[in-house]
Design a protein around this ligand. Structure first.
Ligand SMILES: C[S@@+](CC[C@H](N)C(=O)[O-])C[C@H]1O[C@@H](n2cnc3c(N)ncnc32)[C@H](O)[C@@H]1O
Length: 325
């Protein structure tokens, strides 16, 4: 039975998170299941606006205050002892996980475009996924050196006919757009980013630290703005003699369906290449081929499905060319 204060929808949200964490983060899987059944934490969550009740936000905020990922008892006592502070961190912060490894799933698509590239990432968070050409890559032994020898190597398990590039693409210009850019030079922002990484996920924390160190050497230009309203003005600043690419990963789930549709129309009007690395069904009017267990789908121009991808960039399944694009 669920605690009576926690609505069925919120409890279901925590149970869905537990399923997502299964096999990735046993600790968060257990924590999410415990929260779904906890009247105290449930009551606390009901006091927050609906958009502020997500598991990722609660767990990261608790970790931010406690200095370590919480177990259910830590969370219960934090809620009863310091609920006000926890609520204020949750109101102030957002889930802005920036996973550099997602670059490994975008890279084959980017490297196949005519160079040089002008990159615009919408929903760029701290800009770590803007630095595609700086990282090195290892696709199960197929290696590609990046342009910054000190940057981390992103490992990604390739499946299917992946069009491996011979080198990382030449990027002439890049800019990000985010409702709330995180600043890689701010220790507090970096601490928040690290609190968003789930415990038990192998080297994700180290990869984040190495990518932050890379970004601190050349801080990415992430502007404050909305992907609908502010994209055309930013695109107008791109050099005209480069291939303009607008891309995003793990962003459209935060955008209302009607706005996704407007966004698609806006990108199409720019004449840019459009790469989307998102949960299935988030790109409007694009039927997604069935693939049980594929968390993300990489699509081009809202018309062509290129690959299934892991939401954290650890694997990539390229689809045979259908000739659709
Ligand atoms: C989960 S993060 C993903 C960050 C990065 N794309 C990655 O893959 O690591 C989603 C980001 O999208 C941003 N975002 C959400 N809605 C947005 C909008 N309408 N306009 C601009 N950014 C938005 C959030 O602020 C957040 O930083």
């Amino acid at each position: 039975m669920h605690g009576h204060d926690l609505s069925a929808a919120v409890a279901e949200n925590y149970l869905a998170f537990a399923r997502e964490a299964h096999g990735r983060s046993p600790m968060y899987e257990a924590l999410a299941m415990a929260v779904a059944d906890d009247a105290g934490v449930g009551g606390f969550l009901s006091s927050l606006p609906a958009a502020k009740r997500q598991p990722n936000l609660l767990f990261a905020a608790a970790r931010y205050l406690l200095g370590a990922p919480p177990e259910i008892d830590d969370l219960r006592s934090l809620v009863s002892r310091d609920g006000e502070r926890l609520a204020s961190v949750m109101r102030e912060k957002r889930t802005q996980t920036n996973e550099p490894a997602r670059c490994a799933t975008l890279l084959p698509a980017l490297a196949g475009l005519p160079p040089p590239l002008a990159l615009i990432e919408v929903g760029a968070s701290a800009g770590l996924t803007l630095l595609v050409d700086l990282y090195s890559y290892d696709y199960a032994g197929h290696r590609l050196p990046g342009r910054d020898p000190l940057a981390p190597t992103l490992r990604c398990e390739p499946h299917g006919p992946v069009p491996f590039p011979a080198e990382v693409p030449e990027v002439r210009w890049r800019a990000g757009l985010d409702l709330n850019p995180l600043d890689v030079t701010s220790d507090d922002d970096v601490r928040w980013l690290s609190c968003l990484v789930w415990p038990g996920e192998g080297d994700r924390g180290q990869r984040l630290a190495a990518a932050v160190a890379t970004a601190r050497r050349r801080p990415p230009d992430v502007r404050r703005g909305d992907l609908l309203r502010d994209l055309p003005a930013l695109a107008a600043q791109a050099p005209p003699d480069a291939t303009l690419v607008v891309y995003h990963s793990a962003v459209l789930a935060y955008v209302a369906p009607a706005d996704r549709r407007r966004f698609a129309a806006t990108v199409r009007q720019l004449g840019a290449v459009w790469l989307s690395n998102e949960g299935p069904g988030l790109v409007p009017d694009l039927p997604v081929p069935a693939h049980a267990g594929a968390p993300f789908v990489l699509t081009r121009d809202g018309r062509e499905t290129l690959a299934f991808t892991d939401s954290h960039g650890t694997w990539l399944r390229w689809l045979p060319d259908t000739g659709a694009g």
